[in-house]
Design a binder for this molecule. Sequence first.
Ligand SMILES: NC(=O)c1ccc[n+]([C@@H]2O[C@H](COP(=O)([O-])OP(=O)(O)OC[C@H]3O[C@@H](n4cnc5c(N)ncnc54)[C@H](OP(=O)(O)O)[C@@H]3O)[C@@H](O)[C@H]2O)c1
Length: 259
Amino acid sequence: MKALVTGATSGIGKKIAEKLSERGWELILTGRNETMLLEMKEKLGNTEIIAADLSQRSDVMKVYEFCREKNIDMLVNSAGYGLFGRFEETDLDDEINMINVNITALHILTKLFLRDFKKRDSGIILNVASAAGFMAGPLLSSYYASKNYVLKLSIAIYEELRRAKSKVRITVLCPGPVDTNFNERAGVSFSAKPITADYAAEYAIKKALAGKLFAVPGLSIKAAVIGQRFVPSKLLAAITYNVQQAKKKSGSNERALDK
Ligand SMILES: NC(=O)c1ccc[n+]([C@@H]2O[C@H](COP(=O)([O-])OP(=O)(O)OC[C@H]3O[C@@H](n4cnc5c(N)ncnc54)[C@H](OP(=O)(O)O)[C@@H]3O)[C@@H](O)[C@H]2O)c1
């Protein structure tokens, strides 16, 4: 069995790659960090690597072309990042870059691999969304919106596959806080105890191999995902604002919000 893993140089994607390798899977790993890709190749064996910046459509296509004749059984879309700040203040270029990675690259790879998987009526897509995908996220607005896209796209594809009686499967991972480099990149700190990337990865793989649509690791996040359905969206946004505000890094050079 062979998997393509994006975001394989760090955090959840890296752990998913390691755990698939332990299960005997061959891997194709991608990310921008070539040193880490080479390290992973060395460590795991049975691994090919391709460095790519997924904010660039040409690089997304390069990754697909690299894989297309290689009988990929599982696509793992884990590459992604967040940006903290009021919507009018966050850097537009960085935000468009984020949308390109979180949404556009995932969209393209999901579509192209889904076509291939449907032709042979087998294959698994594991999309890494977030518990953020279930709600609006003031102070991380475009990140939350990007994860809403990933979640809703995955649910819709699941239903299309179900109606077509396809054997192709899609799973969407929706974790709350996970201890990775995510916070550093987003410019936030944890306001709740994070789960480990190891736990999130193991949970996601089990759900994906079992053909489940949702993978929501951790009891408190499961409860939050269920609970938010009963809260009006304006109230939920107000609560989320406070949660995000509490995540703002002390000592960060961003000016204090709401002061
Ligand atoms: N950590 C959390 O609390 C949390 C919670 C819910 C969901 N998630 C989601 O989990 C996924 C993985 O994040 P993580 O927590 O594992 O964070 P991470 O440790 O920062 O890993 C992010 C990965 O994305 C890759 N990436 C970022 N920009 C890229 C680009 N332009 N081109 C190619 N690859 C790029 C990075 O690779 P390079 O730097 O090598 O390019 C890295 O491998 C993301 O989609 C994130 O939204 C995280």
